[in-house]
Write a protein that binds this ligand. Structure first.
Ligand SMILES: C[S@@+](CC[C@H](N)C(=O)[O-])C[C@H]1O[C@@H](n2cnc3c(N)ncnc32)[C@H](O)[C@@H]1O
Length: 247
């Protein structure tokens, strides 16, 4: 099995590092991967390039059209299936218990029914399969609003049960690590790892990031699993697994 040739930047390096452990265990022929809300294929296309079969289920026909173009340009169209659909209604789109790895990145904060989506991805996974879940962090959003001078928005976000600034907030909710882990456990998944993603990547001046990208990337990777840095990252990444069937 080919290793992924992706050279991720500091904004996604932590996610790829966690995924690589799953990908490196892939059998000959690759993994069956489902990317729920996979959009234009930022993960799906590199995964297909590494030899895996990827189904992207997304609500947006425009995103899926861009995904298809990208897959053709990369020469991996036969390994990428684009399906328009809802993340909480996967039955009929994906065979239950058939998927080795589910990606659900930056989706739970925008859907109507995050519990429904998590239940659906759990049902799609084979026993022993893994879910890579990336969600927006409430703590980072509070600090970003406050350091930007938007104190009322920061206070609202801190107080709101869903971590929103108000009805005009573009996100439906934000998470802390415990809340995100509870959501996954509630569907029967076992949470194995939680990392912070973009601990400092959004904070460093652009000139410093351009001048020394390697050090920035190493800093992201070093801080990702450590408290308190993990908890102030812009996003939280959870790797969770559907328990294997008892023998
Ligand atoms: C913020 S984008 C994330 C895209 C990609 N996962 C990433 O990390 O770059 C959210 C994606 O979720 C899709 N989406 C929103 N609601 C959805 C739903 N109920 N079911 C499936 N996809 C949905 C959107 O069309 C969009 O492509």
């Amino acid at each position: 099995m080919e290793r992924t040739t992706v050279r991720p930047g500091p904004r996604t390096a932590v996610v790829w590092q966690v995924l690589r452990r799953e990908l490196d265990r892939a059998p000959e022929g690759g993994l069956t991967i489902l990317d729920v809300g996979g959009g234009t294929g930022g993960f799906a296309v590199p995964l297909a390039e590494a030899g895996h079969r990827v189904t992207v289920v997304d609500a947006s026909p425009d995103a899926l059209a861009a995904l298809n173009r990208r897959a053709v340009e990369a020469g991996v169209a036969p390994r990428v299936r684009a399906v328009q659909g809802d993340g909480d209604a996967l039955t009929g789109l994906v065979s239950p218990g058939s998927v080795d790895l589910v990606l659900c990145h930056a989706v739970l904060e925008v859907v109507d029914d995050p519990r429904g989506v998590v239940a659906a991805i759990t049902a799609a996974l084979r026993p022993g399969g893994a879910a890579s879940v990336l969600v927006a962090s409430r703590a980072a959003a509070v600090l970003a609003r406050a350091t930007g001078g938007h104190l009322a928005a920061a206070a609202a976000l801190l107080a709101d049960p869903d971590g929103r600034t108000g009805p005009r907030d573009l996100l439906r909710r934000r998470y802390d690590a415990d809340g995100a882990a509870d959501l996954l456990r509630g569907a029967g998944l076992e949470v194995e790892d939680i990392h912070g993603v973009r601990v400092v990547a959004d904070l460093v001046p652009a000139a410093a990031a351009d001048e020394d990208p390697r050090t920035l990337l190493d800093l992201e990777l070093a801080a990702a699993a450590r408290s308190p840095y993990r908890d102030i990252a812009a996003q939280l990444h959870l790797l969770a697994r559907r328990p294997a069937d008892p023998v």
